[in-house]
Design a protein around this ligand. Sequence first.
Ligand code: UTP
Length: 302
Amino acid sequence: MRAAKAVIPAAGLATRFLPATKAVPKELLPVVDRPVLQYIVEEAASAGINDILLVTGRGKTSMIDHFDRRPDLEARLEEKGDLDRLEAVRRPGELAEIFACRQGEPLGLGHAVSVGQSHVGDEPFVVMLGDEFMDEDSPLLPAMLDLQAATGGIVLAFIEVPTELVSRYGIASVAPATDVPADLAAEHEIVRVTGLVEKPPVDQAPSNLAVVGRYVLPATIFDAIRRTGPGSGGEIQLTDAMATLLAEGTPVHGVVFRGVRYDTGTPAGYLEAVVELACKRPDVGPTFRRWLVDFVDKDLRG
Ligand code: UTP
């Protein structure tokens, strides 16, 4: 069965983006004119996932408002005949069915996923981290969903990172994937995962394949999370629960992603996303690019 629901854990404290994220959730920071979270929901909807559970935390309920109707605003835009903005205001509410639940305390990503259990039920599901998204021109989820439907196990996504950066990521040890359907293996770069280690020192990393924030998981992950104690940083880690299932025989595969990914969890990554997506936009892009070229040119000349 193909996963049909997604959980977006978005209850973290976002300490790497303080003080901006003291009162504004990082998931609502705008990239051009849409919040990060909308790009993520659009990514899910494009892959056929229309049931989305947002895991929110204290001070973060405005995330749900973004996907709600705003009849007052809509009426004003309609009166003014501003149909483009009217459509833009309505669009978030039309992308998917959005549900919400709270993680009472930010006890870690694994814990955040576990609060979605009653919504998810017994079927496989997607986890999409709330601070990163893939460019619409290079989708990742469809391949992951097909692979999970074929294996019934865990499907991860990897990017290759420079060796000196491995200690910032969850890193996998891998072997050739000889056990996946030939059509999938022909179309995508798929590996079988033999081990996972969270933020290893550079000299102990088994590869430079880093786990990124998209997972397709079987519902057995909930029991594994319950059996997982606090790990790295004192948090209940999803990586540890996945490592338990791997050790118990659940097949774990990864799709190596070569497309464009935006990581908006830090100011530097966020700025890259804003500049790249502003340049790509047909409306603001041409003017922004001219300004950017001019600015960089002047800046380089001092
Ligand atoms: P991060 O590792 O980016 O943590 O979590 P964070 O708290 O958001 O940010 P920093 O590291 O302090 O800057 C990855 C995703 O998991 C969610 C976050 O909201 C983010 O989308 N998360 C993390 C939770 O929902 N609950 C948690 O307890 C931890």
